[in-house]
Design a protein around this ligand. Structure first.
Ligand code: AMP
Length: 226
């Protein structure tokens, strides 16, 4: 039977903390109507809401370590069940372990979906520490900013929604960033070879300008949804 509707795009963004996964996922969301699915955001929301999962995850996140697959998969499954994911999702910060990658394969198989691309955003670790140290987001709409690299046009006012309250992540400290980079290299970077062996790996240079990286990612999304 001929497939007539647009295939739901499942795009995975791989890269260490600070690589720009969240920034790029938000841009793709706006440009292509896909849904950004960030397990970090979902976990932070669970922590803020004081749910049992959030209470279990809080200390682990503060140490910069990975939350258990069981908690992350439960949170992800809940989010994927919402109807707005039907056109496709950009997975930002998931999968992060080989176990999560296997669970994702099983989940997508069950829904007749497949991974369109796993994009490795290639960056220098040393630069990531500086990037993370200065970042902050609009408390209202989540738009991302940076003390040095991307200030709002008008100081103290969000470019996107006009909000005036901003937040910084509790785990964006120098010690925690070092632990998060370690966790990335030990547990997540092996997924690059995994997705290469599956024939879905793409690599983009994450050290360039934000619009250039967005352009490279947009071309990949167009290809996988065509
Ligand atoms: P992120 O916002 O992706 O940088 O994630 C922030 C923190 O949330 C990480 O340092 C982990 O503690 C936790 N986290 C986010 N996503 C995952 C995941 N897929 N598996 C395990 N822990 C995660």
């Amino acid at each position: 039977m001929q497939e007539t509707r647009t295939r739901p795009a499942v795009l995975i963004l791989l890269g260490p903390p600070g690589a720009g996964k969240g920034t790029q996922a938000r841009m793709l969301e706006q440009a292509f109507g896909l849904v950004q699915l960030s397990t970090g955001d979902l976990l932070r929301a669970a922590v803020a809401a004081g749910t049992p999962a959030g209470r279990a995850a809080q200390a682990v996140m503060a140490r910069g370590e990975l939350v258990s697959d069981e908690i992350v998969l439960a949170i992800l499954n809940d989010r994927l069940a919402r109807p707005d994911t039907a056109r496709g999702v950009i997975l930002d910060g998931f999968p992060r372990t080989p176990g999560q990658a296997a669970a994702l394969d099983a989940l997508l198989d069950g829904q007749g979906m497949a991974i369109g691309a796993a994009v490795s955003i290639a960056v220098d670790d040393a630069a990531m520490i500086a990037r993370i140290a200065g970042r902050f987001t609009c408390a209202e709409c989540g738009a991302g900013y940076h003390d040095r690299f991307k200030q709002p046009h008008e100081e103290g006012v969000c470019d996107e929604c006009g909000g005036t309250a901003f937040t910084r992540r509790a785990d964006d400290t120098a010690e925690t960033v070092a632990a998060r980079l370690r966790a990335y290299h030990e547990q997540t970077a092996p997924l690059i070879a995994y997705y290469e062996s599956r024939g879905v790996l793409q690599t983009v240079d994450g050290m360039g300008a934000i619009p250039d990286i967005a352009g490279a990612l947009g071309a990949i999304v167009k290809k996988v949804t065509a």
